[in-house]
Every structure is written in C-alpha cells, then in structure tokens.
Design a protein around this ligand. Structure first.
Ligand code: UD1
Ligand code: CA
Length: 458
C-alpha cells in the first residue's frame, strides 16, 4: 500500500519516495518481497501516483512488479481491493505498507509460516502507548483473535488493550477476495477497513493467528521528518552493528552512515562522521579518518584515507591502490585510478586519471584526463589544463618525471620519462626524455635598483 498522502511530511515528494539509508522507503519494502522470492509485487498507488510509478520504473527490482491505482483513497480495504484483479487465487497475499521500511525478512517468513497457506496471520505488537492503532480483540488473554477494532471505533475497554495490529498480514488470496467483497464503510471514519476481514474469518470458521513481536522498529511507519530521522538512526545502527560483528572497528557506531553497500576486509578502522554511498569496498587494514565521504570506490589493502577526504566514483568508479595515502582534504572524482603507494595530499583533485605506483601529488594540484607514470612527483600548485573550452584532452606524464611547482601542462601533451619541468612553466609542447624543460620568462636582475620614495606631505 502506497496510496496514502503523508500530509505530516509537509513535502512535495510522495511519502514512500523519501529516502532511508539512501534509498526510497518503498524500495526497502519491495526488497523484502525480493528476499521472500515473491511471485510478484503489486504496488497500490494514489497520491503522487505518476511520480511513484516513474520512480519504480526508473529503478527496476529483481521481481515482477505492477502498479494499480487507488483513486480516491477510501481506506486500506478499498486499497487492497484495487489489487485483486492482479492476484491469483492459488497464492498467499502478504499485505505491507510502503512507509514501513524496517521489517526483517525473517519476521515475514515467520508470519508466512504461520499463515501456512490456509489461515489469516496478523503481525502484532504490544505497545505501552497504543493510541491510534487498531486493537487486537481476543476471546481471553492469549486466546483466539476475534477482531481488530480501529482506535476511533473502540470502546473504552477496547482502548485499554495494548496489543495492536502492525498493518502487516498474510492470508490465502482466495479468502482475501471473498472477504474484501463483504466490506462496508459503516464505521467512525467512513472507510473500508482491511482490518474488518478478521470478523469474516471468525464467522467463516477460518482461524486467525497472531505473530507477536517485541521490536517496535520493525513495524514503525514514517509519518513525519522526525520519525524518518528516528528510523534512519535505527537502520544505521543495525548496519553498524553488522559490520562490527564482522570485525570492522567503528570509532562510534552512532556517527556512521552507510547509504549503499560496504564490504570490509579484516582490521578496517573507520573514524567518526564518515558517509559511505553506492558500492564501496575497503581492503584489509584500510583506515578511514574522520569526516570522509566515500562513494563508489574500491580502496585496497593498507591504504590510508586521511580526514575530510571526498571520493565519488559515480559510474566510472574510483580505485585507490594498496598502501596509498590520500588526504586530508583530497578529492577523487570518477575514473581516478591510483596505483599502489600513491600519495595524494591536501587540496589535490584527481579526475579520470591513472597514477602509477609511487606517484605523488602532495599539495594543491589538479590531475584531470591524465596518465601519470610510476614515481612521478607532481609539484604544488601544478595542474593539467585538460579543457580547451570545447573538448577535453589528455596529458601523459611518463615514469620518473619531476614536475616543479606552479606548472600548467596544456593538453594534449606528453612529458618524456625522467624529465624535469622547471617551476612556473607553462608546457604546451611535448618534452624530451631526460631533459630539463623550462617555459617561463627569463629572470632579469637590474643592479642598484632604487625603489620609488613616498612623496612628502604638503
Ligand atoms: C492501519 C490499520 C490499523 C493499524 C495501523 C498500523 C486499517 C483500517 N487500520 O491504520 O489497524 O494499527 O494501520 O499502522 O487498516 N493506505 C492506502 N489507501 C488508503 C488508506 C491507506 O494506500 O485508502 C495506505 C497508507 O498509505 C499506509 C497504509 O495504507 O501505507 C496504512 O494506512 P494508515 O492511514 O497509515 O493506517 P490506519 O488506517 O491509520
Ligand atoms: Ca487512515
């Protein structure tokens, strides 16, 4: 179900598209269906349907998926009615909410096992503050479930019940179809309540089982930015714990954010306030300093990423070789490929450039569209001028070249192996192997130069 409005988000974006851990709430829910090997998923859209459907089309999931529209929104029972034409009677239907992202697959497996293809299984929870939720009415404490009564329809005695319906149920589709056909909207909210089917099950002699869990985060919905932030933290903490269980050392699991997938070798250390996005892998012994943002990158064994480094490989990826040193305050952009033992220092930007083993650019430099050989030393303030205003060109710096400070290498240009480029040079032509190349105004000294004197005050 993803048709609700989400008024309290106070956002133009449909609620189920707000992000948790870097992906839409709805995509977390659909991921559960993938993990359960569901035959198909049917998404019920309504508010912002076009936007939700476009988002789903734009990020395909690993299962057959269709959308049905619920317009107008007349309640949860009415919502599921819209999906019926897409459902097959020999199956089991699992009803999930698009705004409840943290249900664990194992919990849903247990619910489906309880349903067993023949009965109605409800996921429930005891809450100290059950106000607002549907209450589980039983014949006696722990006895058979008789009904779910919505808060607004509940008597004082029913409101005292603390066991609530989570919004998640599993049941045979043929029974769902039958019961949905019998719903009415004669209740406090004038809505077609999905929860009314419990009464029909009892009347038809179909048993109703409750799977009661204790972890409230698993059934918590997102209705407001505050709730979204709370669930984000609990999601992040869970991911942090999983990494620590594998041996990764996080300086503070409360200051760790993973918005994608992170794989870590052994003895990896991550300091506070780091954000990982997309696909990132950290090899054995990698250390990441505080306040780094690392996306779509492979960092090989023993590399050291100093604080405040920003790495984003986007589509092309970034690779940092074994034992390399990067940062502080370095920026690695798509296509940066650093070989083993490369050093990239502060305020150095690397884009679409390959650096051979042991190459160094330690201060204030730009290497874009470049091939840099082994052991090259790239001086402070030097840059590749790779863009002529219309096209990008490549700079090739062969092995063992020493580029002095404040040089401009105007691409396309090749610096021959072992050459030295004098500081302050603007290099526009290829330089020979082994030569010292200097391209700047010759130094002139004027002897006995007298500086102008200040005029006396009138
Ligand atoms: C529902 C349950 C209540 C349960 C609670 C758990 C009903 C009648 N009540 O409450 O017993 O304790 O969830 O959170 O089912 N939606 C639609 N179309 C609609 C109405 C809702 O798609 O016409 C979607 C919403 O977007 C949301 C989900 O259904 O994802 C639940 O709706 P919501 O209004 O949050 O739940 P309640 O009806 O208050
Ligand atoms: Ca409602």
């Amino acid at each position: 179900m993803a048709a609700g409005k989400g008024t309290r988000m106070k956002s133009a974006l449909p609620k189920v598209l707000h992000r948790l851990g870097g992906r839409a709430l709805l995509s977390h829910v659909l991921q559960r269906a993938v993990e359960l090997s569901a035959r198909q998923a049917v998404v019920i859209t309504g508010h912002g349907a076009e936007v939700v459907e476009a988002a789903l089309a734009g990020s395909p999931m690993d299962l057959p998926l269709q959308c049905v529209r619920q317009e107008p929104q007349l309640g949860t029972g009415h919502a599921v009615q819209q999906a019926l034409p897409q459902l097959q009677d020999d199956g089991v239907t699992l009803v999930l909410s698009g705004d409840v992202p943290l249900t664990e697959t194992a919990t849903l497996q247990a619910l489906l096992a309880l349903c067993d293809g023949r009965q109605l299984a409800l996921l429930t929870l005891a809450l100290p503050e059950p106000s607002g939720y549907g209450r589980i009415v039983r014949a006696a404490p722990g006895g058979p479930v008789l009904a779910i009564v919505e808060h607004k329809d509940a008597s004082a005695a029913e409101r005292a019940i603390t066991e609530i319906y989570s919004g998640i149920m599993a049941l045979p589709t043929r029974l769902l179809r039958n019961w949905l056909g019998r719903l009415d909207n004669k209740n406090a909210q004038g809505e077609y309540y999905l929860t009314d089917i419990v009464k029909f099950a009892v009347a038809d002699g179909v048993s109703v089982a409750a799977h009661q869990i204790t972890d409230a985060a698993q059934v918590a919905g997102v209705n407001s930015p505050v709730q979204l932030a709370e669930l984000e933290r609990s999601f992040q903490l869970r991911q942090a714990q999983a990494l620590m269980d594998q041996g990764t050392r996080l300086a503070d699991p409360a200051r760790f954010d993973l918005r994608g997938r992170l794989s870590c070798g052994s003895d990896v250390e991550i300091d506070v306030n780091c954000i990982f996005e997309g696909e990132v892998s950290l090899g054995d012994g990698v250390r990441v300093g505080a306040n780094c943002v690392i996306a779509n990158a492979r960092i090989e064994a023993g590399a050291l990423i100093h604080p405040f480094t920003h790495i984003d490989g986007e589509q092309l990826g970034v690779q940092v070789g074994a034992g390399a040193l990067v940062g502080p305050f370095a920026r690695l952009r798509p296509g940066a490929q650093l070989g083993a033992d490369v050093h990239i220092g502060n305020f150095v930007e690397v884009k679409n450039a390959t650096l051979g083993r042991g190459a160094k650019a330690n201060h204030l430099a730009y290497l874009g569209d470049a091939t840099v050989g082994e052991r090259v030393n790239f001086g402070a303030g030097s840059i590749t001028a790779n863009y002529d205003g219309a096209n990008k060109h490549r700079t090739v710096i062969e092995a063992d070249v020493h580029v002095g400070s404040n040089c401009v290498l105007v691409a396309p240009v090749t610096l021959g192996a072992g050459g030295t480029i004098g500081g302050g040079s603007t290099i526009t032509k290829d330089t020979p192997v082994g030569a010292l190349s200097v391209a700047r105004g010759k130094q002139v000294s004027v002897a006995n130069w007298t500086r102008p004197l200040k005029k006396p005050k009138p």
